[in-house]
Design a protein around this ligand. Structure first.
Ligand code: GLP
Length: 244
């Protein structure tokens, strides 16, 4: 795993965008998983701008949505689907066959998990997975205590996740379950890139990078990834021992 500390969120976002672009440049049929959330927002905007400015061919790349709130429809602005459509899929005009997002409204959640896993494996697995980190160390909706051997699955949300998750919604929304790619997807991805920014992420980044590797803090699995990249800003790095 490689740790890169940037001056601020803007520098971090430029580097993350560059890495995603370069992945598609090097392998036009890349399969890339995108997280939602505040952290990668600027990186995605820079990514779509760079792709067009540099005229990089992206007709053959596939986008995978990392996770979704169960029971939240895609037209809700707080859904992960709405986020990825607005910030990546629509700006790039991706074709319907070029992406797959979890349907959090389906009556067949187990079938939705199988369909996602098949979609990814039929395309040769993930080349790059871009993830953020929850305040409790979750990745996607892989909450503390999750099995590291899972692929797509449905999970009861941790209280911290349900509470913090309200920030994405205009109105208070009942958030009880999530559907998500699993830690196995991250472990098997050729490259895994974790982004974290701001002071509020400093304690969990300390636990992630300096605590015991354990599924109590799912993000610690990044340290075992042979091609793991952790991009954080100075504020998120402020509690790291080596930087004191
Ligand atoms: C959310 C999502 C994650 C996201 C994380 C951090 O609950 N399930 O995929 O990476 O929390 O979000 P943010 O970047 O808004 O802090």
């Amino acid at each position: 795993m490689m740790l890169n500390v940037f001056d601020d969120h803007t520098d971090l976002s430029f580097q993350a965008a560059r890495i995603i672009c370069d992945q598609i440049k090097a392998k036009p049929d890349s399969v890339i998983c995108f997280a939602s959330g505040e952290t990668p927002l600027s990186a995605y905007s820079l990514f779509t701008t760079l792709m067009m400015a540099e005229q990089i061919d992206y007709e053959h790349f596939t986008l995978i949505g990392l996770d979704e709130w169960v029971g939240v429809p895609p037209e809700n602005h707080g859904s992960c689907a709405w986020f990825l459509r607005t910030n990546v899929i629509n700006p790039l005009n991706l074709l319907p066959g070029q992406y797959r997002l979890f349907d959090g409204m389906t009556s067949d959640l187990p079938g939705e998990c199988v369909a996602m896993d098949e979609f990814i494996s039929e395309r040769g697995g993930l080349d790059l997975i871009v993830v953020g980190i929850g305040m409790n160390g979750h990745i996607g909706f892989n909450e503390p205590g999750v099995s590291p051997d899972l692929y797509s699955h449905v999970i009861e949300l941790d209280e911290i996740t349900s509470t913090v998750g309200q920030k994405y919604f205009k109105e208070e929304t009942r958030l009880t379950k999530g559907i998500t790619l699993g830690i196995s997807h991250l472990r098997e991805a050729k490259t895994a890139m974790l982004l974290a920014s701001g002071e509020r992420k400093a304690p969990i980044m300390k636990a992630t990078l300096e605590g015991e590797i354990s599924m109590e803090v799912p993000a610690t699995i990044m340290r075992e990834h042979p091609n793991g990249l952790v991009l954080i800003d100075q504020k998120a790095a402020s509690l790291l021992t080596a930087r004191e």
